[in-house]
Design a protein around this ligand. Structure first.
Ligand code: GLN
Length: 447
């Protein structure tokens, strides 16, 4: 762990971490040593890990990338953190992220943007940009992350690493600061599918403190890594290769799909006809849920409170105006609007109907294939600052990742070569519910 910490400090310019705390890391390392000595160690005992700053971790500052929580030291552990502790993982630090996980470039962090280790003028992707950049720069072997609309897969793609968003409900959301609860899901980022499988084995499991946690039997996600792919049917959605996809990104993704043929898989064309509707549906549902979830940050119980105010209402107003960044405010306003009387039917209800249609489209596609393959994003990493002025341009980047969350399906990203500008490109694999082991198998066979 100390070697990784030294490396993290030497590469502090990447801004991948919000908090490093050597003393706390040492305590974890000692706990791991005890486990190794007394025979209670598991496969990951003593392995360093970086934790996304969205998971509450006792004694650690837990900011969620926001000024609102800049003074918040968590009094308890998220379920994911508890499980990492039990496995003897050693926390190196807390990774940078878009504020409240809202964003696709990590530029919405109160703590400043993260730089992409492949090219420091490029964004790392978001919202788990710190976790992906830390793994890519070898500041940590593995990291936790979360994905509400692509936040594991897209930064993994932009940083040339591997990440998996599991089936909704497999990883407990207890203690994971909520953005859009019906879409949020935790998962691992690592340098390979194998590393992701081992960390997912730790992170997954039923937790009664999360009402949407699934009572799904414990699985070994690494069990199928070496299964040959002969006979596997890979579906390629024609809508994922339509207008908007950069040609060099398409070429890299298609070359990776071509490799699957060599491994014995068959490629079939499938259709996900409502792909385009995932953007409006997501950008109604996610802000709606966010506006409700973020109402807890009122300056009363914890988090930022304005210094001067007269009366309760002004205290709320000033604390929230000062504590939240521009994108978070935009989402709260959008969410409040689409839920308001008179607009609910026109926006929120319609979006929920689209959500069902999108989930059904996937089930139709899975009648013809075992896994779906396509791009993660229409472009490789863009330049820092390039899309900041236009939020909707940023939203359009999420076209291939949002539907997976709307449907609750597992999705992953693995490296698939490089774009013309030398920046990494990701291949996305999408599976039916609970097919993580199959996806990790397919990813491992390509690595
Ligand atoms: N880019 C999407 C958004 O801004 C997804 C973020 C996420 O998955 N947390 O909402």
């Amino acid at each position: 762990a100390s070697e990784y910490l030294a490396r993290a400090k030497a590469m502090a310019d990447l801004n991948a971490f919000i908090t490093l705390d050597e003393d706390k890391t040492l305590i974890d390392a000692q706990a791991a040593d005890t486990m190794l000595a007394n025979g209670s160690a598991g496969v990951l005992t003593g392995v360093p890990i970086a934790q996304k700053d969205i998971f509450c971790q006792q004694g650690w500052k837990t900011t969620c990338g926001s000024k609102m929580l800049d003074n918040f030291v968590s009094p308890y552990d998220a379920n994911v953190i508890e499980l990492c502790r039990k496995a003897g993982l050693v926390t190196l630090g807390r990774t940078n992220m878009d504020e409240f996980a809202m964003g696709s470039s990590n530029e919405n962090s109160f703590y400043g943007a993260v730089k992409n280790p492949w090219d420091k003028t490029a964004v790392p992707g978001g919202s788990s940009g710190g976790s992906a950049a830390a793994v890519a720069a070898r500041l940590t072997p593995i990291a936790t992350a979360t994905d509400t609309g692509g936040s594991i897969r897209q930064p993994a793609a932009f940083c040339g690493v591997t990440g998996i968003k599991p089936t909704y409900g497999i990883v407990s959301r207890f203690g994971m600061i909520a953005f859009a609860s019906s879409l949020d899901q935790g998962g691992p980022i690592g340098k390979s599918a194998e590393d992701c499988a081992l960390l997912l084995n730790v992170m997954a499991g039923f937790d009664e403190r999360d009402s949407t946690s699934l009572e799904h039997a414990k699985e070994d996600y690494s069990r199928d890594l070496n299964t040959p792919l002969v006979g596997l049917r890979i579906g390629v959605p024609k809508e994922y290769f339509a207008e908007g996809l950069e040609s060099d990104v398409a070429a890299a993704v298609l070359a990776a799909i071509e490799e699957y043929k060599k491994l014995g898989a068959s490629i079939v064309e499938v259709s996900l006809p409502n792909t385009k509707l995932s953007i409006p549906a997501y950008y109604v549902i996610a802000p709606a849920e966010a506006s409700s979830n973020l109402s807890r940050f009122d300056g009363v119980r914890y988090g930022h409170r304005a210094a001067d105010y007269s009366g309760l209402t002004e205290m709320y107003e000033k604390s929230r105006s000062e504590g939240f960044g521009a994108e978070v405010k935009r989402r709260i306003l959008t969410g409040t609007y689409v839920l308001s009387h008179g607009y609910y039917d026109a926006y929120y209800l319609q979006a929920q109907k689209i959500r069902r249609i999108i989930a059904n489209d996937f089930q139709t596609a899975f009648e013809h294939c075992d896994l779906i393959a396509g791009p993660v994003a229409p472009t490789a990493a863009w330049n820092l600052g390039e899309k900041n002025a236009d939020p909707t341009a940023m939203y359009l980047e999420d076209i291939y990742t949002l539907a997976v969350n709307l449907a609750g399906l597992p999705g992953m990203s693995l490296p698939a070569g490089f774009a013309a500008n030398g920046r990494p490109v990701g291949l996305q694999l999408i599976g039916n519910y609970f097919s993580e082991a199959k996806m990790l198998n397919a990813a491992h066979q390509l690595q």
